[in-house]
Design a binder for this molecule. Structure first.
Ligand code: PEP
Length: 233
């Protein structure tokens, strides 16, 4: 059983989400399916599909115009939230310390945070992939976190149509699993994300310590998303 999460980014409509939920309702799968649409769609009745936010505020409430808190997301019935996505780091300046604070808010509100970590192309070229991963895990995971998911997303591969090699994914996921075990979080699911599609999903999810995938572009349409979900049991 795998976890398949879709990140809709700044895309979609309520109609498109309802269409996706109806289509997903008909497929035969034991996998856990999560969709993270924009906030405006989070209060949708999603049946057996779980909904999550793409980000949450670093604050609980107050004079923070435009923010949405973890509690508000939970109030809608959503059960997950991404934190630390590459685009939030790039465009909103989220640091590892911010991600840790957001993950704590998520947990306090009853959500499961999906903590995203991964290296940029410059960091990869400088041979810093494992250092960035180790630092990300060390700095983003709240102490004694009772539940969370890690999404390893090489930032250079997101939306780029390219992925690391099978061996590179195997090495990074092995390293993440060992690091989490050392930190006392051995049972944490680890997702791979970045340019997953129907052609590479089964191979990527056959790699040890890949417990599922986080999918961006290919999660927007049932015709693209369903083959990813049904590619694994
Ligand atoms: C993402 O946004 O988390 C992502 C993995 O995007 P894509 O699948 O489009 O690379």
């Amino acid at each position: 059983m795998k976890i398949i999460a879709g990140n809709w980014k700044l895309n979609g409509t309520l109609h498109a989400l309802r269409h996706m939920i109806d289509a997903l309702d008909k497929i035969d799968t034991q996998n856990t399916i999560i969709i993270c649409p924009p906030y405006t769609m989070l209060c949708t009745d999603s049946g057996r599909i779980s909904l999550g936010a793409q980000d949450i505020s670093i604050h609980s409430n107050g004079a923070y115009t435009g923010d949405v808190s973890a509690q508000m997301v939970a109030d809608c019935g959503a059960t997950y939230t991404l934190v630390g996505h590459s685009e939030c780091r790039q465009y909103h300046g989220d640091t590892n310390a911010d991600v840790r604070a957001k993950a704590s808010h998520a947990i306090a509100a009853g959500l499961t945070p999906i903590i995203c970590i991964g290296e940029t192309m410059d960091e990869k070229n400088a041979g810093q992939t494992m250092t960035v991963i180790e630092q990300g895990l060390g700095e983003c995971i709240p102490d004694h976190a009772p539940r969370f998911i890690v999404a390893y997303e090489p930032r250079w591969a997101i939306g780029a149509g390219i992925t690391p090699t099978h061996d590179e994914i195997a090495q990074t996921h092995q390293f993440i699993a060992e690091t989490l075990t050392r930190m006392g979080f051995a049972q944490t699911p680890i997702l791979y994300g970045a340019s997953v599609n129907a052609h590479n999903a089964a191979d990527i999810m056959s790699i040890p310590h890949v417990d599922g995938v986080l999918v961006g572009g290919a999660s927007l349409k049932p015709d693209d998303f369903i083959p990813i979900i049904t590619s694994v049991k």
